[in-house]
Design a protein around this ligand. Structure first.
Ligand SMILES: [Zn+2]
Ligand SMILES: [Zn+2]
Length: 342
């Protein structure tokens, strides 16, 4: 691509700017940061957050709940929550033109054992256990009072907002639907109303035909660099089977998701000098009905830019590597096979 181009996202309707003519190795994109040391890491303990029970741990390697010396994964309540657990739903309060609501919700942390092994460095079997943790906790939290949306996300590296260097994901059960999610839901609904089709299925049909933005594919999932990427090297993992709810994946789909997720994160790591990134799962709200217009997916956003005036003022950043080129680089990045350590 030699000329820069504005591109429109068919779901959100937002315009993004993709730069043309920059031929550089993607290594220049990674923001340099100090590596978090294992010494003083709060997640090295055998029982993390020992004031609270472990919410979930895989059965393997744990003989009973007292003996967790061989643990691989623990889900525990966040030790420093911003939200407070609740049994009843708070009502919004009005004060003149203003409205507010008590900050209720659940905050959990999914921690894998090895300080120096990010998700990209785990085996497929180990990533499968991480997904298992997400789904098990999702299913438990959806039964709690007043939970409207469950947000699962992962921050890798300090520029992505990870305050602890040890690999961990977070689960937030919220009494509201967050802004970015409701935009994605609304955009899909509008498209469905207008064309009678799922916008995401349309995207997949087009991408699988064009192939130039497809990074990897297996029986159940495909990974693409979105046409209107919001950041350089943005990637999305889509289930090929249309469905609105992440927690409804079958066991076989979970296996294929673990495999493709591990490969995608490893490709990002290996091609971009271990760039920081965030990923999150976009799925339908907990009490959703008639969400046939929605298609759940995972968005991975590498951190390649520090936002200045242009980005904050316009709400978008210039995509320095066109998605077609990012897809080609990621497609060509080869990976070693990893063995499970659990
Ligand atoms: Zn650690
Ligand atoms: Zn769909």
């Amino acid at each position: 691509m030699t000329e820069s181009e504005f591109r429109k996202d068919i779901v959100s309707g937002e315009w993004v700017l993709v730069a043309g003519g920059i031929k550089k190795k993607p290594n220049f994109l990674a923001i340099k940061k100090p590596k978090a040391s294992k010494r003083n890491c709060p997640f090295e303990e055998n029982r993390i957050n020992d004031e609270n029970p472990i919410l979930w741990t895989p059965k393997l390697g744990v003989k009973n709940s007292e003996d967790i010396s061989s643990w691989f994964l623990q889900v525990v309540p966040n030790k420093f929550p911003i939200l407070t657990p609740h049994n009843a739903c708070p009502l919004p309060e009005s004060n003149g033109p203003y409205q507010s609501m008590i900050g209720v919700g659940f905050q959990e942390v999914v921690i894998t054992r090895y300080h120096d092994r990010s998700l990209a460095l785990l085996s497929n079997e180990e990533v499968f256990l991480v997904l298992d943790a997400y789904i098990s906790r999702y299913r438990s939290l959806m039964k709690e009072a007043c939970v409207e949306y469950i947000l699962i996300f992962h921050n890798h590296g300090p520029t992505a907002g990870a305050t602890v260097g040890h690999p961990h994901s977070q689960i937030l059960a919220l009494p509201i639907v967050p802004l970015d999610v409701s935009r994605s839901l609304k955009g899909s609904e509008n498209y469905f109303k207008k064309y009678g089709k799922c916008a995401h299925c349309e995207v997949l049909k087009k991408e699988l035909k064009d192939k130039k933005r497809v990074i990897i594919k297996n029986e159940d999932f495909v990974v693409i660099a979105p046409f209107a990427s919001h950041v350089s090297f943005e990637t999305r993992i889509y289930p090929l089977r249309h469905g609105s709810n992440f927690e409804e994946v079958s066991s076989n789909e979970k296996k294929n998701l673990a495999k493709i997720m591990r490969e995608t994160l490893a490709k990002i790591r290996n091609s971009m000098n271990d760039s920081d990134y965030n990923f999150f799962i976009h799925t339908a709200p907990v009490r959703s009905k008639n969400f046939k217009h929605y298609h759940w997916h995972i968005e991975i956003l590498p951190r390649t830019n520090i936002w200045g005036g242009v980005e904050l003022g316009s709400g978008t950043e210039v995509v320095k590597i066109p998605p077609e080129e990012a897809a080609e680089i990621l497609r060509k990045t080869s990976l070693p096979v990893r063995q499970a350590k659990v």
